[in-house]
Write a protein that binds this ligand. Structure first.
Ligand code: SF4
Ligand code: SF4
Length: 164
């Protein structure tokens, strides 16, 4: 028995889930505290975790968000173990999918060691699962990447309009 056995069971797809993991009020209060304390940028240890795809799943004991290794924002660059955003100063314009800190807290994008969530006992964040369990996530990963559009429609559209 492992805490992740439920992953192998049939379950609702990710589109049935709200993205939020944590209450807005708690997140805003925590963020105000961080801002009062000073330089929030220095709290980031450049692990890159919050720039990964992560998926919220309806775990029987309560929702969980799982980080998907290997699927990272196209602007993330690695220097050894240190992650850097290639467009950090312009990310609002160039990466509209990039979440601000309040949304990151509400969605639970930050992992346990992140400086943004230290001291927030109520916070539930992204978790890693053993690699051998990743095949159980593939339907949700596919659903997330496809979004509301059918893959055959996407392919048909590009076949018709993409220039050679
Ligand atoms: S999870 Fe936290 S420490 Fe890691 S890159 Fe994101 S903000 Fe920085
Ligand atoms: S744009 Fe946002 S999600 Fe992408 S690498 Fe930069 S900080 Fe991470």
């Amino acid at each position: 028995m492992s805490e992740w056995d439920w992953l192998a069971e049939p379950r609702a797809t990710v589109s049935a889930c709200s993205p939020w993991m944590n209450p807005r009020r708690d997140c805003r209060r925590h963020l105000r505290g961080l801002l009062r304390a000073g330089d929030t940028e220095s709290l980031c240890r450049r692990c890159g975790d919050c720039c990964h795809l992560s998926i919220k799943l309806p775990r029987p004991s309560g929702p969980v968000r799982i980080l998907v290794p290997g699927l990272v924002c196209k602007f993330l660059r690695w220097d050894g173990d240190t992650a850097t955003c290639e467009v950090y100063e312009e990310r609002a314009a160039k990466a509209p999918w990039c979440n601000n800190t309040e949304n990151g807290l509400m969605m639970g994008l930050y992992t346990a060691g992140c400086g943004y969530v230290q001291g927030a006992g109520w916070y539930r964040g992204s978790e890693r699962i053993p690699d051998e369990l990743l095949p159980h996530l593939l339907p949700e990963v596919r659903e997330c990447l496809r979004g509301p559009f059918r893959s055959e429609d996407i392919e048909r559209f590009f076949r018709r309009w993409e220039r050679p």
